[in-house]
Design a protein around this ligand. Structure first.
Ligand SMILES: Nc1ncnc2c1ncn2[C@@H]1O[C@H](COP(=O)(O)OP(=O)(O)OP(=O)(O)O)[C@@H](O)[C@H]1O
Ligand SMILES: Nc1ncnc2c1ncn2[C@@H]1O[C@H](COP(=O)(O)OP(=O)(O)OP(=O)(O)O)[C@@H](O)[C@H]1O
Ligand SMILES: [Mg+2]
Ligand SMILES: [Mg+2]
Lengths: 165, 164, 165, 164
């Protein structure tokens, strides 16, 4: 059981480092068992060093950097034990456009492994989508679903069509 | 894996509404307050979430459509998730597995498996070993993406163990 | 002292209702003392009802609706006791474009009362700015300030100039 | 009210950098991780923030520029905020009031008022009654705008009392 955990931990670790570098275009990252003597119970530390920057506490990372680091770790876990589906609700809220593009590129890489349901306001994230649903409230307080085409969506997710579902 | 979601009387979905999920990426877009995160809540709810707080409510009855200008409240909330079972992942004969949940204003609630009433335990058993019944890392709620970084190292461990 | 608190509370309350309606284009809101018998110590409840929707717990509001409600309350407090300056760091992250416009409009109304330092990625928020500073890292890991014109900024805050400060 | 902010060796601002604030709205923009929120941290720090956590660090020394590819760490962090005093809001003769703070790697730290070394108490006294020394509602940090809604009714009260 300790063996299983350590093996999985190592797989996640290698994936995390690779995904972090992909999402940041460089830099370094690691996950570390706090107590090598107590592998089955100890906590897990995360280190992350964006490219060109020195290593410092992850709490000092910016909002966008924290999102990218968290995405690298989450997807590293998918690679180790693929979740058959994954629901992401506005995960890209803190990202600038350059980072949204890198996040969307990683999403596309995982499409064969995991099915995604992605809620977003960002058009660049929608480039990864096979299907786009719009949710609107034509009747006050009542949600309705509508099919939407990529061309009908604005830069920040506004829907520019009044077609019925 | 996920084929479709149907909601009826669930939060802002007063009318029966269906989402068909693509095998790749399905994006859901729309204005603030339109109901996108309510779709996420519906998925969590069907998979057995027992916490009103986790569904952003104060009370479990908060998931029942409670009216709007020109619409009376619903008598119950219902949501159904259809899974593909062509690979035989689930311990079931059919090529599709349908899990439904209903909550009435009285507080009575039901779980449905392929439209037969079952207990929550039966739903949980169905998912056991399939890796499909919500891992801590397969539903990332709005505003929560950084949570794994903020969590203390021990809480984080729990998520790792799910992936192990 | 109880009198002072109650008077201020009432001013904030009236401002909150007015600002909420302005930011939501309608609807209703209120702040309520939890215990009218214990005015000097009791907690404060917030109710908010976007237009066309029924009154329900504020926890059920959407991400964008929560931001708009919080902004209405914060600005209501400014009206009651103006803070000479106010620093807002990416307050608009959860807002769709329509709501960013309404938020920017309220910002502009408060400019005479309060000086604002606003960090944002949203071009529509920048329409409220008198001065735009860019912060970039040309040299790895070292921040530098540059003056930026509105025309040099992209839709989501990307800076399109390489002029020196 | 705020005329300018100058930072030197503070977090990612290795070089002396100055921001002149407009009387209306000054917007700060730029890519993720460029240093925008560090500007907010500098303002909080000058106004007397004693919590490393509030400045996103583990240790107060975390605010000192600690190097980057091709740049050695700084020996100290310094930040100065210049306030307009033409209305005589502050108990000071000059038309401008300048508050500075320095932290050395040794842990030694200084507060400066119009370039004279003073104690933190003197800085706090200067702000008393002016309404300018950070109210709970005048600095809204990244990701924190909803906090007043999430807070329990009693914590919320504290913010109201500041506005009273
Ligand atoms: N039981 C209910 N009956 C009717 N409406 C409800 C119910 N519960 C929640 N709602 C409404 O659903 C709306 C929130 O929807 P949701 O959180 O899905 O929005 P969203 O599309 O995710 O928006 P955002 O982009 O701002 O995150 C709220 O306005 C809330 O009042
Ligand atoms: N003491 C320090 N020395 C050098 N760099 C530091 C120091 N402390 C923090 N940093 C760096 O500052 C960067 C974060 O800056 P900041 O939070 O201001 O970014 P931001 O512009 O607000 O980005 P975002 O748009 O993602 O919120 C981090 O990359 C961090 O490594
Ligand atoms: Mg939402
Ligand atoms: Mg920031």
């Amino acid at each position: 059981s300790e063996r299983i955990f350590l093996d999985t931990f190592e797989v996640i670790r290698v994936n995390f480092i690779e995904l972090f570098r992909k999402l940041f275009g460089g830099g370094d990252a690691d996950i570390i068992l706090e107590d090598a003597e107590d592998v089955l119970d100890c906590g897990i530390d995360i280190v992350a060093r964006p490219p060109g920057k020195e290593l410092r506490s992850i709490s000092l990372l910016s909002g966008g950097e924290k999102t990218m680091t968290a995405v690298a770790l989450l997807f590293a876990m998918f690679k180790s034990k693929p979740s058959p589906y994954c629901v992401l609700d506005e995960v890209d809220a803190a990202l600038d456009d350059a980072n949204v593009d890198r996040y969307a590129a990683v999403l596309k890489e995982f499409v064969n492994m995991t099915q995604f349901v992605v809620i977003t306001h960002r058009k660049r994230t929608m480039t990864a989508a096979n299907v786009l649903y719009g949710v609107t409230m034509e009747q006050a307080g009542v949600s309705k679903r509508m099919s939407v085409r990529f061309e009908e969506v604005g830069e920040n997710g506004e829907i520019h069509t009044t077609r019925a579902a | 894996m996920l084929k479709s979601l149907e909601v009826f009387g669930f939060k802002s979905f007063a009318d029966r509404t269906r989402f068909e999920f693509d095998s790749g990426v399905t994006c859901v877009v729309g204005p603030n307050g339109s109901g996108k995160s309510n779709v996420v809540d519906a998925i969590k709810w069907i998979l057995g979430d027992q916490s009103a707080k986790s569904l952003r409510g104060k009370d479990m009855l908060d998931v029942i459509f409670n009216g709007s200008a020109g619409r009376k409240p619903s008598g119950f909330a219902e949501a159904t998730l259809t899974f593909d079972n062509s690979t035989g992942l689930f311990p079931s004969e059919s090529t599709e597995v349908q899990i439904g949940r209903r909550l009435y204003r009285s507080g009575d609630s039901e779980y449905l498996l392929n439209q037969a009433v079952v207990r929550l335990k039966d739903v949980k058993d169905l998912f056991m070993g399939t890796g499909a019944g919500t891992a801590a890392y397969s539903i990332i709620e709005q505003g929560r993406v950084d949570q794994i970084l903020q969590a203390n190292p021990t809480t984080r461990r729990v998520v790792f163990e799910e992936a192990a």
